[in-house]
Design a protein around this ligand. Structure first.
Ligand SMILES: [Zn+2]
Length: 252
């Protein structure tokens, strides 16, 4: 990937179909919502998967109804605000994806073969949440099922992947902000729209280009490169965390 103005790249070469892998209903909008709105604006086919049922999203029992139903409805509304259809729900147990890794990998392989994406969004390996890291690992193991020229854009929810490709999202950011406001049950705990606005604004700190105010950053690789990148990234993560176990993190 040749960057025109490191690390900014144009969005135009990105093509559909688009496959988006998320662990919980909100991950994909926090990590890549503005880019998903861009794909919708271009009329690309976009398939979003929520791997878990989101059952751990209300630890203080603030919701009167079933948190799984609440989050599913919020997820549908958020994607509608981006211009997208509802996600597919695999309903694997929230917080338990590492224990369901073989099933997760098989499902990811199947949906990759079905959709044949030209653009993939999934987690990078440096995430903190164990479910996010499980999706990253399963994606790396399943990547052989992708078309060889698929652009794989690896996103972060807990940590923005630094040093990757940046896309200008200034024209789409308002839609992302409105979509994040749809997660009422999660915004009772943390200010997703506010924090995301700071993050996308800060992503352009290295740029001095008029009108580029917001951006989303991704590790930008091809299917044949994911497994190697994943191994290196896990090693880096293990080193900087001083944590040889690596497998039992927690977080949003
Ligand atoms: Zn998550």
């Amino acid at each position: 990937m040749n960057h025109l103005f490191s690390p900014l790249l144009p969005r135009d070469p990105l093509m559909g179909p688009v496959l988006v892998l998320a662990a919980h209903p909100d991950d994909e909008v926090i990590g890549a919502g503005s880019m998903l709105a861009y794909h919708a604006s271009r009329g690309h086919q976009v398939v979003v998967v929520h791997a878990t049922d989101g059952a751990q999203g209300d630890p203080n029992n603030r919701e009167s109804g079933d948190i799984r139903d609440v989050r599913r409805a919020e997820g549908i509304e958020a994607l509608r605000r981006l211009g997208l259809a509802p996600a597919r729900h695999w309903d694997l147990p929230d917080g338990q994806l590492p224990e369901n890794l073989a099933d997760l990998q098989q499902r990811i392989e199947e949906v990759m073969r079905e959709v044949q994406p030209k653009t993939l969004y999934s987690f990078h390996a440096g995430e903190a949440h164990r479910d996010h890291r499980a999706v990253a690992k399963a994606t790396a193991e399943a990547a052989h099922a992708l078309p060889s020229d698929c652009r794989c854009l690896l996103y972060g929810v807990n940590f923005v992947p630094s040093g990757g490709t940046l896309f200008d999202t200034t024209d789409m950011y308002a839609k992302n902000y409105e979509a994040l406001k749809a997660y009422v049950s999660q915004n009772a705990y943390i200010d997703l729209p506010g924090m995301s606005e700071h993050r996308e604004r800060a992503a352009t700190v290295n740029l001095d280009i008029g009108g580029v105010l917001y951006g989303e950053m991704f590790l930008d690789v091809l299917p044949a490169e994911i497994a190697h990148l994943h191994t290196m990234h896990e090693q880096l993560h293990r080193f900087v965390q001083r944590d040889p176990s690596l497998n039992d993190g927690a977080g949003q």
